[in-house]
Structure formats: structure tokens, C-alpha cells
Ligand binder design. Structure first.
Ligand SMILES: *[C@@H]1O[C@H](CO)[C@@H](O)[C@H](O)[C@H]1NC(C)=O
Ligand SMILES: *[C@@H]1O[C@H](CO)[C@@H](O)[C@H](O)[C@H]1NC(C)=O
Length: 380
């Protein structure tokens, strides 16, 4: 224990003396090795000092990498990445002991890897090899917001097109799903949203594979991010491939009947119905002024299915007093929170009409198809 106090003191002194110098980093490395040798699970209970020391080492390495390609290369060549992962795995493995002091070295270690990876593809590849997908998944599941935030940052730093394809493979999809879950549960962590919008949405393979395995709440989150992305980058191309649009149109056509369950007020299917509503919003956006998605006008049966759904919704609304009724009194409707004036259900019919309009815009063939359904009335 005395030895550790001594080492800790030396380190603090050195830190003051030569914070930005390489010597400090080498010393830190040596101590990191020592910690690996001396720490074991039983010792950890009384190892606050060792944990502090580990944080200190990681912090030094983290700071030395900022804006320094030379230090990044040096640390990589010296095998720091490998050693850091050994330490991180060790810490992760002992999280169940419930020692609060364990989070700080974990945070600093992840930040170090993040800084190491910034702008350095070789480091990114090394980090990826050592952490994908299990370590990333474990770190994103740690009950500490900072650990989750910094891990998302590392993941974002490492991602490129090839790695996104890796993620879409069935054995790795859990990691992508975890990121999407975090987008919903931790909306304040910007990195996960950036991962989704800048990387995930650009891969049709990943979007399809995530969508088919997600719960409805996550689907709604994914669709909201898509919607935001479509609006944000309207003029410079949003990077969403046409096959994603085709896939979503197909999902809407297969699932749209679920929305009719809202009329009966049964809450069990509400989530699925809300997914359909979000799908409709995205399709409306895609077919308004987005040239790359106008091929949706020719998507088989999309127009007919939408018109039929509008007729069904209309008929249900007329048959009894429910959420689809034209002159409904929202405040008296018994459907609970879904009947608030802000409910997405309220604009559902309007959006169906908008989609039909978009699909017919400058398209004589579709206009003629709708003519057949001219008995459709929309009063709402
Ligand atoms: C996440 O980390 C970044 C730095 O990487 C920081 O700017 C941001 O405030 C953090 N966000 C949260 C929610 O902790
Ligand atoms: C709507 O219902 C509420 C509560 O049942 C009632 O107080 C209100 O007067 C109704 N409004 C209309 C316009 O019918």
C-alpha cells in the first residue's frame, strides 16, 4: 500500500512538472501495468487508491492525445490500446461489486480511447477489433450516464461504412438495437442520435434488420429520427437510400390496418398503431419535394392501400362515436391520453389525404386510379 502512495505522489508531482510531456505518459504506462499485476477482485474492495491511480493514468493518456497525432501513434505503437482494454475488461468484470470508485477509471479509460481514435483510422480499427461488439455492448449497458455518453462517443468516432455493415449482421445487431434504445431512453446523449442519423440511416441493410427486430417504441424513435433527418437536409440530400423508402412503404402497407384498432380504444395495439402513424408521416415527407423518393408514386398498391385505409377510417368514424369521428368532442372522448388535441391520431386522416395528394402530384396514372374512388369524402 505504501508503494502505491509513493507512486501516486510521484505521478502527481510529475504531472505538475511536465504535464504535456512524453515522459509522464511512459511513467503512466508503467504504472498501468503495475496496477494490472497487483489488483485482483478481493483486493478491489479496499483498492480505492489503486482505482484513483488508474484514473490518473488514463487521464494523463487521454490528455496527451488531444490534438497530437504524434502521441496517438506513439501510444498505439507502444501497445496502450491492448493494455487499456485489459483494464477496462477487468473493471467491467468487477462492476457487480458495487464500488462507486470504479466508475471514474472506466470513464477516463473510455475517454482516452475516444481521443486516441479521433482522426486516426489505425487506432479506430484497433479499438474496433478489441471492443466490437461485446465490450461496446457491455459499456453501453453500464448504469452510469457518463460511461454511456463517452462510449457512444468512441463508437461514433470509430464508425465508417464498412463497420456499419458489420453492425447489420445478425450476430451483431444487438449493439445497434442498444444504440436505438438509448436514443429513446437517453435523448440528452447527442452521440447516439448522431450515430443513428449519420451512420445507421444510411444503410438499408441495417435499417431493415433493426426494424424487423425492434419493439414498436423503438420503431417510432427510429422513424422520428428519419423524419427529422429528411427535414433537416432537404436541400443537400439526406443520405437515406431509396431502398429504405421502399422498405418503409412496404411496412406501411402490411401494417396499416393496425391503426383501425384505435377506434375501439383497446390500448394493447396502440403502440403498433402509433408506429403506423409515424410511418405515414415519414412517407408524406418523403413524397413531398424529395426527388430521390418520388419513385414511391409507382410503388405497387401503395396508392390503392392508402385510399382504402382512408375509406375504412372514414366509415368507422361515421358508424359510431370514436377517435375517427368527424365532429368528435376531444375532451369527452374516453380513450384517455390519446384523445388529447395533440394526439398524432388527430392528423392521421389529414396525412392520409396528403399522401394520396403527393402520390398523385403530376402523375396522371395515379390521378386516374383515385378517380375510381371518388366516393371518398373527407369532412374532417
Ligand atoms: C457527453 O459528452 C460530451 C463530451 O464528449 C459532453 O460535451 C456532453 O455534455 C455530454 N453529455 C451528457 C448528457 O452528459
Ligand atoms: C365536450 O365535452 C365536455 C365534457 O364532456 C363538455 O364539458 C363540453 O361542453 C363539450 N364540448 C362540446 C363543444 O360539445
Amino acid at each position: 500500500k505504501k508503494l502505491f502512495y509513493l507512486v501516486f505522489y510521484c505521478l502527481l508531482l510529475l504531472k505538475k512538472a511536465c504535464y504535456h510531456y512524453f515522459l509522464y505518459v511512459v511513467v503512466a504506462l508503467m504504472f498501468a501495468y503495475m496496477i494490472c499485476l497487483y489488483m485482483d477482485a478481493e483486493g478491489l474492495q479496499s483498492a480505492t487508491l489503486q482505482l484513483q491511480l488508474t484514473s490518473e493514468c488514463f487521464r494523463a493518456q487521454r490528455n496527451s492525445c488531444v490534438h497530437s497525432a504524434r502521441n496517438q501513434k506513439l501510444l498505439r505503437d507502444l501497445g496502450f490500446i491492448d493494455e487499456s482494454f485489459k483494464l477496462l475488461r477487468f473493471l467491467l468484470h468487477n462492476l457487480h461489486l458495487g464500488i462507486d470508485a470504479i466508475f471514474e477509471p472506466l470513464r477516463c479509460g473510455i475517454q482516452f480511447l475516444g481521443n486516441l481514435g479521433v482522426g486516426n483510422p489505425s487506432c479506430q480499427d484497433d479499438i474496433w477489433k478489441l471492443s466490437f461488439p461485446d465490450v461496446f455492448l457491455q459499456l453501453l449497458s453500464v448504469a452510469d450516464d457518463k460511461v454511456v455518453n463517452y462510449t457512444s462517443m468512441v463508437l461514433h468516432t470509430c464508425l465508417d461504412e464498412a463497420k456499419v455493415e458489420d453492425l447489420s449482421k445478425p450476430q451483431n445487431i444487438a449493439l445497434a438495437l442498444k444504440v436505438m434504445e438509448l436514443c429513446r431512453t437517453h435523448p440528452d446523449v447527442d452521440w447516439t442520435v448522431l450515430i443513428a442519423t449519420q451512420h445507421f440511416l444510411k444503410s438499408a441493410a441495417l435499417v431493415e434488420s433493426m426494424y424487423s427486430q425492434m419493439g414498436h417504441q423503438e420503431r417510432v424513435t427510429l422513424l422520428e429520427l428519419l423524419q427529422a433527418q429528411l427535414k433537416e437536409e432537404e436541400f443537400e440530400g439526406c443520405g437515406i437510400p431509396p431502398s429504405v423508402a421502399r422498405f418503409l412503404a412496404g411496412s406501411f402497407q402490411t401494417g396499416c390496418g393496425a391503426v383501425l384498432s384505435l377506434a375501439t380504444g383497446s390500448s394493447s395495439d396502440n403502440e403498433e398503431a402509433l408506429t403506423v402513424i409515424s410511418l405515414l408521416d415519414v412517407l408524406c415527407e418523403m413524397t413531398s419535394d424529395h426527388k430521390q423518393f418520388m419513385f414511391l408514386q409507382d410503388q405497387p398498391d401503395l396508392l390503392v392501400n392508402t385510399v382504402v385505409l382512408l375509406q375504412q377510417v372514414h366509415a368507422i368514424g361515421k358508424a359510431s362515436k370514436n377517435i375517427f369521428s368527424p365532429a368528435q368532442n376531444f375532451s369527452s372522448f374516453s380513450g384517455g391520453s390519446d384523445s388529447s388535441p395533440h394526439s398524432p391520431v388527430i392528423s392521421f386522416k389529414a396525412h392520409l389525404v396528403r399522401l394520396i395528394g403527393n402520390l398523385c402530384h403530376c402523375n396522371t396514372n395515379n390521378q386516374n386510379k383515385v378517380w375510381i374512388f371518388r366516393s371518398v369524402e373527407v369532412r374532417n
